[in-house]
Design a protein around this ligand. Structure first.
Ligand code: 6GU
Length: 245
């Protein structure tokens, strides 16, 4: 997976993604990341990349030309037309199934806007996907691009070790993960749930499944409609619903 980020703040991207699991994946060449400074493609002597909006109004608009030239420099180098994701609060809200879809690509371009946006003409020419990371407003597309790169990268083969990989199954099922505990057995008078100390794997699995169902029911009930549930799951959820009434 090769990520190409078009941005006015390349150091934000490179510095933000060089640690932990994603940094290790880059060192292992499982993924690559480049941040392309749109300002490097300004054609005026002041390196200006924004201007006043036609029709008036507040703020500045990023000009089409430097964005287009920066994009073209990637297209020519990789010798294909990649998917180009424009980070915008007007996009489709990012979720796990979109991450799975993007993870199938070999190259992904992320276009980060600032100010009041980017001249619509270049967006019409190059953008294939408009994506938001949620219903709130940020100052630019860099943090959303980093969020997406993190979540897509952990789906690339070899990025997570086998132990971590299993963890990803839980959101796959649209169920929240069960709670976790480690030593000590008693902390500030609070005990680890006794079943976890029994070594009885079947009972532990049952407890974890029920905690997972309970959590999802209490915190994100809307996820349950798309979860794969067996008869025991449904019986347990009905028990929770009855206790609620
Ligand atoms: Cl992708 N960009 C900006 N500027 N704000 C956002 C967003 C994106 N997603 C949520 N808020």
């Amino acid at each position: 997976m090769n990520y190409h980020v078009l941005t006015l703040f390349p150091e934000m991207i490179m510095d933000g993604l060089n640690t932990s699991i994603i940094g290790r994946a880059m060192n292992k060449s499982l993924i690559s990341l480049e941040a392309i400074n749109i300002r490097d493609f300004a054609t005026n002597k002041h390196m200006k990349v924004d201007d006043y909006p036609y029709g008036g109004g507040a703020g500045m608009v990023m000009q089409a030309e430097p964005v287009y030239l920066a994009y073209k420099s990637i297209e020519e180098r990789i010798n294909k037309k990649p998917r180009v994701i424009y980070l915008t609060p007007q996009g489709k809200v990012f979720n796990q199934s979109m991450a799975e879809d993007f993870a199938k690509e070999e190259d992904l371009v992320f276009l980060c806007g600032h100010y009041e946006g980017i001249d619509e003409r270049v967006l019409d020419m190059i953008v294939t996907d408009n994506v938001s990371i949620g219903d709130y407003v940020l100052t630019g597309g860099e943090l959303p691009a980093m969020v997406m790169i993190d979540s897509i990268s952990r789906l690339v083969k070899g990025v997570l070790n086998n132990e971590d990989s299993a963890e990803y199954e839980s959101f796959n099922n649209n169920l929240l993960e069960h709670p976790q505990y480690t030593r000590p057995e008693v902390f500030e008078g609070r005990h680890v749930p006794p079943v976890l100390l029994t070594g009885h794997h079947k009972n532990i699995e049952k407890w974890r499944r029920e905690e997972s169902l309970k959590r999802t029911y209490e915190r994100r009930p809307e996820l349950l409609k798309d979860a794969i549930l067996d008869k025991k799951d449904i019986a347990y959820l009905n028990q929770l619903r009855e206790a609620d009434n």
